[in-house]
Design a protein around this ligand. Structure first.
Ligand SMILES: *Cc1c(COP(=O)(O)O)cnc(C)c1O
Length: 222
């Protein structure tokens, strides 16, 4: 199937509450334009440099989400146009985003990445760190950051029960924080689900899925 057929097939499976982020990493602009021409405008990249070069050539009404790990020294390159930073995984990064955003007087949308997978390698706050951050949160600390919700990645496994359990944990934290009604925290985004597990993520309450290979095909790393 072509890129546009893949896109349509995935969109047909998404409930209205759920936004699709088309993950374009490693894929050339021509293929991204096929998705854009089909009317889809929300894209995700995991590397700053790749996002910058693609955002330069894709028409300006496209939205760019940074979904991967973000180094503090690269924040300044993206604050002016990024629509959502999914992978905020330290207070230091939050402070840097706030600082760079303040310089241009722009409020930047962010999600807190929570470590839910078994693998050591995945980034994110632990559940304890999340509790600490939320308890200590006050909107005056980060006036140029809008924390809109949580993001997480499940373990890479065939075990659906495990994936479901991990998504459930993330959802639980998301709902708990929402119920606290903390001043300045308007949680409305739960970013979970990729090509292999987005259908489970939807069943577990995802409001944003990040899908790459199921749209564009396998990635060629070079
Ligand atoms: C690459 C990536 C995705 C998409 O992965 P696919 O398996 O190709 O759908 C989603 N989220 C993050 C953080 C990624 O790096």
């Amino acid at each position: 199937m072509g890129v546009q057929e893949n896109l349509a097939a995935i969109k047909a499976k998404l409930p209205p509450r759920c936004t699709l982020v088309a993950v374009t990493k490693t894929h050339p602009v021509e293929r991204i334009m096929q998705v854009y021409d089909a009317g889809h405008k929300v894209f995700g990249e995991n590397k700053v440099q790749e996002m910058l070069s693609k955002a330069e050539v894709i028409p300006g009404d496209a939205q760019w989400h940074l979904i991967g790990h973000l180094q503090t020294n690269k924040v300044k390159h993206i604050v002016s146009f990024v629509d959502l930073i999914h992978g905020v995984d330290s207070i230091k990064l939050l402070e840097e985003i706030n600082k760079q955003a303040a310089k241009i007087n722009r409020v930047v949308n962010c999600l807190l990445q929570i470590h839910i997978a078994e693998e050591e390698s995945k980034f994110g706050f632990s559940e304890e760190e999340l509790d600490y951050l939320i308890d200590a949160y006050s909107p005056e600390k980060f006036p140029f950051v809008k924390i809109q919700g949580l993001m997480g990645m499940a373990t890479l496994t065939e075990n659906e029960d495990q994936i479901r359990k991990e998504f459930r944990t993330l959802r639980k934290h998301y709902e708990e924080i929402r119920e606290k009604n903390i001043d300045g925290l308007n949680f409305e985004i739960l970013s979970m689900g990729m090509s292999a597990d987005y259908q489970i993520a939807i069943e577990e309450g995802s409001t944003m899925v990040r899908v790459g290979s199921a749209i564009f095909g396998e990635r060629n790393y070079h």
